[in-house]
Design a protein around this ligand. Structure first.
Ligand SMILES: C[C@H](CCC[C@H](C)C(=O)SCCNC(=O)CCNC(=O)[C@H](O)C(C)(C)COP(=O)(O)OP(=O)(O)OC[C@H]1O[C@@H](n2cnc3c(N)ncnc32)[C@H](O)[C@@H]1OP(=O)(O)O)[C@H]1CC[C@H]2[C@@H]3[C@H](O)C[C@@H]4C[C@H](O)CC[C@]4(C)[C@H]3C[C@H](O)[C@]12C
Length: 391
């Protein structure tokens, strides 16, 4: 089975988390992704770390100093021979390098120029720093997240960095690759986390007048207001997740809890939800998570254990599915999604690349002579790093 993005060549400029995740998605589905890392000679206030190292599966790494004109010349030669360039910087940085879309797409009209930012390529904030929580806040979505009487709560850096950021950018790149099969031309993708997150939350926006969100934050059906869409602590200090929304599933929940519907307020009596939550909490606190799993396991009561990451990798259903994979360093991580029947992703199981590990190999592949490579190395425009041998 060959992967759908085989043969697609991507230059990913090293970013913090969204960019690296987007590059990893492309690599997982067959693209040849080269990460352009910064030299260790400082000169920039940015320090390594973040997703660069953790989301490097299937990539190779080249260290190239883009603050040097020689580095820009090298980059332009690379960009003439690739399909996608993916840059994670705030607006204007690539233009400062002399690597903006006008230049690179003149060199290579087929180039897809993906720009993954927080605030987009225009607007008063386009040059302002930010992180997931800031983009989530500006999208309006963060105002809806969190329990009643508490401050709004950002669910890790999942929604803006990844849901509205890397995944949306990866979609844009695949759309542009597809369009290019008709037009033969590349284009610029302005992927940004404010708009990506807002778009991701279209359900929230389009259901505003459906009565789903008429209560204050934390008092609605899906934001921890409803007793039948909530989490509960068990007697052994673990937790269960309850999502019994429909009446037939709710009836199974009540039955499994050993309660009697006739003695409870109506499921949708919002004014009684607080009281019902207390009753459910008291009931869940009487048994262990394993005992509740025995009661609810495999039923339509929509009740599941809240698993730790490690427990999730050992869960029978996930094991049957192969939801998690292990690389040659015995590190476990989620299998790429979605699962395509004929051309599934075949993620690399190799260890992650070291920064600059493939500098020579990549430059040779792109037509640089050994003499040119030696000169670039001597001038510190590139950096060559070799993995320590295990001897
Ligand atoms: C794990 C933490 C990260 C979690 C994710 C976090 C929650 C996010 O939300 S990530 C999303 C961030 N936002 C965006 O990506 C939107 C677009 N990008 C930006 O807005 C900006 O890039 C920025 C705000 C993210 C960073 O701004 P910065 O000023 O640093 O950079 P830019 O303006 O974009 O300009 C780029 C500069 O870099 C130069 N450059 C680029 N490439 C090259 C090159 N090849 N050669 C030469 N120069 C290059 C370019 O010229 C620009 O230079 P100037 O700025 O001089 O103009 C992690 C978050 C922080 C991590 C910790 C931290 O890094 C410190 C430690 C570092 C150590 O190494 C490891 C441990 C750390 C504690 C580290 C740990 C984790 O990784 C973090 C906590």
């Amino acid at each position: 089975m060959s992967m759908i993005l085989r043969g697609v060549r991507v230059l990913e400029l090293a970013g913090l988390a969204p960019g690296p995740h987007c590059g990893m998605i492309l690599a997982d589905f067959g693209a040849h992704v080269i990460r352009v890392d910064r030299p260790s000679n400082g000169g920039t206030k940015w320090i390594g770390g973040g997703g660069v190292k953790w989301l490097a599966r299937g990539k190779r790494s080249l260290i190239l100093d883009l603050k040097r004109p020689e580095g820009v010349t090298v980059m332009r030669k690379l960009c003439r021979q690739v399909d996608v360039v993916l840059e994670p910087y705030r607006q204007g940085v690539m233009e400062e390098f002399g690597l903006g879309p006008e230049i690179l797409q003149k060199d290579n009209p087929r180039l897809i120029y993906a720009r993954l930012t927080g605030f987009g390529q225009s607007g008063r904030l386009s040059k302002v720093a930010g992180h997931d929580i800031n983009y989530l806040a500006l999208s309006g979505v963060l105002s809806k997240l969190g329990r009643s009487n508490e401050t709004p709560y950002a669910p890790l850096n999942l929604l803006a960095d990844f849901g509205g950021g890397s995944l949306t950018c990866a979609l844009g790149i695949v759309l542009a690759l597809y369009e290019r099969t008709q037009s033969g031309k590349g284009q610029v993708i302005d992927a940004n986390m404010v708009e990506g997150t807002a778009y991701l939350s279209s359900f929230l926006w389009k259901s505003q007048n459906a009565g789903l969100w008429s209560q204050p934050r934390g008092k609605n059906l899906l934001d921890s207001g409803a007793p039948f869409y909530e989490t509960y602590r068990t007697s052994d200090g673990k937790f269960m997740a309850v999502g019994a929304i429909e009446p037939q599933f709710y009836a199974l929940l009540i039955n499994g809890l050993g309660l009697n519907c006739a003695e409870l307020p109506h499921q949708w009596s919002i004014s009684d939800w607080e009281e019902m939550k207390k009753k459910f909490a008291d009931t869940f606190a009487k048994k262990t998570q394993a005992e509740w799993c025995k009661i609810f396991g495999g039923t339509d009561a929509c009740v599941t254990p809240i698993l730790s990451l490690e427990e999730a990798t050992l869960n029978e259903h996930n094991l049957e599915r192969g939801t998690f994979i292990t690389d040659e360093d015995h590190k476990v991580s989620p299998r790429p999604a979605p699962l395509l029947s004929r051309t599934p992703a075949v993620p690399s199981t190799k260890r992650d690349p070291l920064e600059g590990e493939h500098t020579i190999e990549i430059l040779q592949e792109f037509g640089f002579s050994q003499e040119e490579i030696n000169q670039l190395n001597l001038a510190k425009v590139i950096e060559i790093r070799k993995p320590k041998s295990n001897l």
